[in-house]
Structure formats: structure tokens, C-alpha cells
Design a protein around this ligand. Structure first.
Ligand code: KG4
Ligand code: ZN
Length: 343
């Protein structure tokens, strides 16, 4: 086994085709091909996503090898997302990875997508802290597919402390954004339009959920009903209040997340928090967590660089690297799964 292996990571669980090549923890290349087609549908259309992964995959792999300045035979192992995600999309990445592994005669590493979001913090220079979180820490995975607080005891020893009972936080932002007239993905649009908004103008109720679980569907319905009611009286309501609505939605979302994490800190006595997933790119969420850590000096917040928040091949490669170093190789008969399984 090589000391500093070269690993290719293939991510295709949703709508982004991500391929990255790493050598040990250093990223040599990181290619992401976005699928713009979903914009007009207000969300990811699974059938279209799989077809586009199929079209984009070879280009992403060729580019990743080119920009890494290596030859295919130098790659020591191939890592890919096994699940959870859209099954048709996962199958494209899995088939490609299996063929690649067979063609080059190199080991296959099948990776859990949520674990990979958390382990992206172990890529060299991947977070704003410029350091790796020490175990144990709490991972807050906030994305379009997931909203979870996870106790990370070690690389592959993760325990889910809380999950959403319905919509994920990203899903709720995307649905609210759609009502506001934005394209998918709506989260970044909400962030963009909230910049000059008054975040105290509209007060939306926060969901009451026991323990460390979340619920975002009630919040989303509350916001959408409020907007529909206002539109009945004034058809220009959204146009006239867009920034304030966005800022208010963003503020409450950030508060819901921070309040649960505060609760998790109290329950576990763990003060190190690593944010992960697409929604952790959000400026207001980052600001709230950073300001919380400033006031609570025991607390340390790990913030990923934006490129490592949304789906990417590098997080799949680093997770593969940890498996490689533990000899946790997978068979080419390994089958992708769409729903979350136990870690
Ligand atoms: O992690 P990700 O790329 O894919 C999943 O695994 O789901 O996350 C995508 C989600 C989308 O819901 C998108 O709206 C949200 O992340 N997102 C954001 C921002 N950037 C992406 N939400 C709020 N603010 C952002 N800046
Ligand atoms: Zn993801």
C-alpha cells in the first residue's frame, strides 16, 4: 500500500457531476459540472439528472486527470458515492467507477455521501480554520437532501443525534425561493436578495420539535401561506418586499439551526462543531455560528470553504482515502442505495 496514494473521487448523487483527484489529503484537481436544466423546473428532475450525469461523466473524468497532471495508470484507487441519493444518478457514477476499477485493475471504494460531507474537513486547506477538527466533534450536515446533527467519534464512527422529520433545510429554502419566483437552487438566491433586507420585518414561527430533531415543512408552509395571503391584498407584495422576506427567512433558518446545535452542545458536552453541506455556504448561517463561537470561547466552529460545501468529488476521494488506509475495499458487486442507511 502506498504511503501517499492517488485517489479519484466520483460524486453523482444528485445533480452535480463531481470528479476530483487527490494525493493523500491534497487536491490535485476538482471538477464540478452543474446541470443547469433543473433551474426551470424548480427542483431536480431525477430522469434528466441521470441522463446528464451519463453525458458529463467522461468529460469530468478526462478534465480531472488532465488538470491533476497525471496519467490514469498512476491512480491507486477509485472512490464513488454509493448512497444516499437519486438512484438513477448514483447508478451512473457507480457503473463508471466499477468499470474504471476493472479497467485499471485498482481497488474500489464505496462511500456514504453524508459521511463524505463531514470528512471534507480533512482535505488539506478545505476549511477557513486551516486545521482539522479533533474527535469527537459535532457535524451539522445541512443540504438539499439532509439536515442532521451527527456525533463524530472517529472517521467512520458516526452517530446521528438528530435529523429532520420532514423536509431538509435546503429543500425548504428551495421551495420558498420558488414561491418568490427564483430558479432552482433557490438557497443562493435567497442569500443574494437578503443582502440589503431588514431581517426583523417579518416574524415567522419556528417549529417546535422535541430533542435534536428538526422540522422544516411547517416553517416552509407558514412562509408560503403568509406570502399568499399578502398577495391577495397586494399583487406587488413580493416585488416590494423581496429583500426583507429573504432576510427574514434566512435569519429564522439560521436561528433554528443554531438553537439545535446549542442544545446538542449542552447534551453532549462537545464544543467543536463542523458545518457541512450546500446550505453551510450561506453567509448568515456562517455569521451566526461564528458570532456564537466568539461569545462562547470554549466553542470552535469549523467552516468549509464554499467549494467544499456543495456536492464535490474531493469529499468522496478523501473518504475513499480513509477507507484505503484501513483496507476497507469494496466489491464490484456493491449496489447503490437511495435511502439513508445506518453508518
Ligand atoms: O450539498 P448540496 O450541494 O446537495 C445535497 O447533497 O443536497 O446542497 C444543495 C442545497 C440546495 O438546497 C441549495 O439551495 C443549498 O444547498 N444552498 C444554499 C446556498 N448554496 C447552496 N442555501 C443557502 N445559501 C447558500 N448560499
Ligand atoms: Zn450533498
Amino acid at each position: 500500500m502506498k504511503n501517499k496514494p492517488i485517489i479519484i473521487g466520483i460524486e453523482s448523487s444528485c445533480d452535480d457531476t463531481g470528479v476530483s483527484i487527490i494525493q493523500d489529503r491534497n487536491v490535485l484537481s476538482n471538477i464540478i459540472i452543474h446541470q443547469e436544466i433543473h433551474k426551470k423546473y424548480g427542483g431536480v428532475v431525477p430522469e434528466l439528472a441521470s441522463r446528464l450525469h451519463d453525458i458529463n461523466m467522461t468529460k469530468a473524468v478526462q478534465d480531472a486527470i488532465f488538470y491533476a497532471k497525471i496519467k490514469p495508470h498512476q491512480i491507486d484507487a477509485v472512490s464513488f458515492t454509493l448512497g444516499p441519493g437519486l438512484i438513477g444518478s448514483l447508478l451512473v457514477g457507480a457503473s463508471f467507477a466499477k468499470s474504471f476499477s476493472m479497467g485499471l485493475g485498482i481497488p474500489l471504494l464505496a462511500v456514504n455521501h453524508i459521511q463524505a460531507h463531514i470528512l471534507s474537513h480533512f482535505i488539506e486547506n478545505s476549511n477557513l480554520n486551516n486545521s482539522y477538527p479533533e474527535f469527537p466533534f459535532l457535524g451539522l450536515v445541512i443540504s438539499g437532501g439532509h439536515t442532521q446533527i451527527i456525533k463524530v467519534n472517529d472517521v467512520f464512527q458516526m452517530e446521528i443525534l438528530g435529523s429532520t422529520l420532514d423536509d431538509s433545510v435546503g429543500e425548504s429554502l428551495d421551495k420558498i425561493a420558488r414561491i418568490l419566483g427564483f430558479y432552482y437552487p433557490g438557497g443562493p438566491m435567497i442569500e443574494f436578495f437578503s443582502k440589503n433586507g431588514n431581517d426583523k420585518k417579518f416574524i415567522f414561527s419556528k417549529p417546535v420539535v422535541n430533542g435534536l430533531d428538526f422540522s422544516f415543512s411547517g416553517f416552509k408552509s407558514d412562509v408560503s401561506q403568509f406570502i399568499k395571503k399578502k398577495l391577495k391584498k397586494n399583487t406587488l407584495f413580493i416585488k416590494q418586499n423581496l429583500s426583507d422576506i429573504c432576510a427574514s427567512v434566512q435569519k429564522i433558518t439560521a436561528e433554528i439551526l443554531l438553537e439545535k446545535v446549542q442544545k446538542a452542545i449542552l447534551e453532549t458536552g462537545i464544543y467543536k462543531i463542523a458545518l457541512a453541506g450546500g446550505v453551510s455556504a450561506n453567509y448568515e448561517i456562517r455569521r451566526k455560528f461564528i458570532s456564537f463561537a466568539k461569545k462562547n470561547t470554549k466553542c470552535e466552529i469549523f467552516i468549509p470553504k464554499k467549494i467544499y460545501t456543495t456536492d464535490n468529488g474531493a469529499m468522496i476521494a478523501i473518504t475513499g482515502l480513509f477507507k484505503y488506509k484501513r483496507n476497507l475495499f469494496d466489491s464490484i458487486h456493491t449496489v447503490p442505495y437511495s435511502k439513508f442507511k445506518k453508518f
